[in-house]
Design a protein around this ligand. Sequence first.
Ligand code: URA
Length: 208
Amino acid sequence: MAYQQLEHPLISHKLTMLRDKNTGSADFRLLVKELASILAYEASRQFSLDSIEVETPLEKTKGETLSGKKVGIVAILRAGLAMVDGALQQFPNAKVGHIGLCRDEKTLAPVQYYLRYIDKLDLRNLLIVDPMLATGGTASAAIDLLKKKGAQNIILLNIISSQEGAKNLIHKHPDIEGFTCAIDPGLDKNGYIVPGLGDAGDRIFGTA
Ligand code: URA
């Protein structure tokens, strides 16, 4: 698996604002959306193109359009919801599925509580969106579910990952691709990424 950390001044800037505990929910949501859009843009770098002819108001010329597989977005509830609109900015016609997985507070193991797939999983480039990759357990469980349903081209998009989570994911799913904006060094005893940004779901939805 190729799990890459993106490097770009805009990403660093937005990420720093996102980490700041004084950033309120409205700005936080906007920043998550903007970073998700950048991640989705980067994820499509390998997508194939078809050559076509296009007619401008002046003359005919050659152009290129995305070809091959359609895109599907799969949001891991609940924090992944805030990344959906950003990914849709790049792929407005993508269908969106949802996987509800929460962490058991004691074991930190993922527990499934909601599942809504999109059709033709095997024929799509699937972008899984979840801002935080902590232990990697939730993302791995979501990937397992999608693979069981036939998904083959899976790209995971995270905003902040822990070193441990990235390592676990690469070990468990060496065949998928992933992009993240940052890989942080630690996890605290409650499974939060350190330094991280706190609880992404709470910061997105203004809950405590
Ligand atoms: N989920 C979060 O929202 N934050 C973390 O740091 C880890 C998991």
